[in-house]
Design a protein around this ligand. Structure first.
Ligand code: HEC
Ligand code: HEC
Length: 265
């Protein structure tokens, strides 16, 4: 009971705190984390276990989300920025918003900061230069993926993928692309009223209509009631490279992908 009351009071306390900090903004005062005791960090670790390990790994080493143990942050560059990243998420990415008390967010932020001191556990065995050659010359990766403005648009832009994903996740993306395919990358296969089969990248779909981009980059729109068949393909258009590339080549590609952080600070 008591705890609930304290938690209801904290947001108000923080607003006052932030407003005070805002008033000092002219002096460029950064808002610092008020919850950094050993007890706060331990509480933050519990929160991390419940909400964050699924994407950031059991000890923050990264997975679908980035390694948080490196001590370098692209977005969470200050305590205030980390607070807002955790509370509001990072729009347009997999980093979600979290509905927790302010104190809870500060505590998990304190835990995340504490990870930097431990040093990275991510291991990247390959050679990024050899990986770049495989990506751009040996394989057809850039037919679908762009890096630094070069390459296709029918797949995630990989310019900053090293900020987003851990080495293990990147490797899994290469050997098992179907493991985790966001709806944005689904395809459609349909048979129209004339009996012609059309396949392509699913751009939008609502109750009555679908739009897709076919293999020749033509935008095609259909009313669902006119179609003889409509199939949604939720697997990846990317094939598995498991049997196409050697272990060494996969390591090199992962090292190259993990090095892609060009717009980072
Ligand atoms: C569904 C997956 C997912 C969950 C759950 C998740 N994150 Fe993230 N997080 C990401 C991804 C992906 C990014 C990188 C986004 C980008 O910059 O493209 C990220 C970015 C971050 C960053 C910014 C890193 C930087 O370089 O500035 C922090 C800090 C962070 N997450 C902390 C947390 C904490 C703490 C939790 C739990 C309360 C959490 N995340 C839960 C996926 C997730
Ligand atoms: C036919 C088009 C195509 C080709 C060729 C292709 N990919 Fe992909 N790739 C995709 C699509 C679409 C996705 C997103 C769906 C998914 O996760 O499988 C993807 C996902 C990825 C991801 C995960 C990105 C993220 O943000 O999670 C990585 C990494 C990747 N590809 C690397 C490569 C590499 C390296 C090559 C070449 C060896 C390659 N791809 C070749 C279409 C392609």
């Amino acid at each position: 009971m008591m705890l609930g009351r304290i938690q209801r009071f904290l947001p108000t306390a923080l607003c006052v705190f932030l407003a005070a900090a805002g008033a000092l903004a002219g002096q460029q005062t950064a808002v610092e984390n008020p919850y950094t005791s050993a007890k706060d960090i331990a509480a933050g670790e519990q929160t991390f276990r419940s909400y964050c390990t699924i994407c950031h790994g059991r000890t923050g080493e990264g997975a679908k989300g980035p390694d948080l143990t490196l001590g370098i942050f692209r977005n969470a560059t200050s305590d205030a920025a980390m607070f807002s990243v955790i509370r509001y998420g990072i729009p347009g990415t997999d980093m979600p918003r979290h509905y927790m008390s302010d104190a809870g967010i500060w505590q998990v932020a304190a835990y995340v900061r504490s990870l930097s001191a431990r040093g990275s556990t991510a291991e990247v065995a390959g050679d990024p230069v050899a990986g770049a050659r495989i990506f751009h010359e040996q394989e057809n990766c850039s037919q679908c993926h762009a890096v630094d403005g070069r390459g296709g648009r029918r797949a995630p832009n990989l310019t900053e993928v090293g900020w987003r994903r851990s080495p293990d996740y990147l490797r899994a993306s290469l050997v098992d692309p179907n493991a985790d395919v966001p709806p944005k990358w689904w395809s459609l296969r349909l048979i129209d009223s004339d009996g012609a089969t059309v396949t392509g990248w699913r751009l939008n779909e609502d109750t009555y209509s679908v739009r897709l981009l076919d293999a020749n980059d033509n935008l095609r729109a259909f009313e669902k009631r006119d179609l003889r068949e409509l199939e949604r393909i939720e697997t990846s258009p990317m094939m598995s490279y498991e049997d196409m590339l050697s272990e060494q080549e996969l390591d090199d590609l992962v090292a190259y992908l993990y090095s892609l952080r060009s717009n980072g600070r």
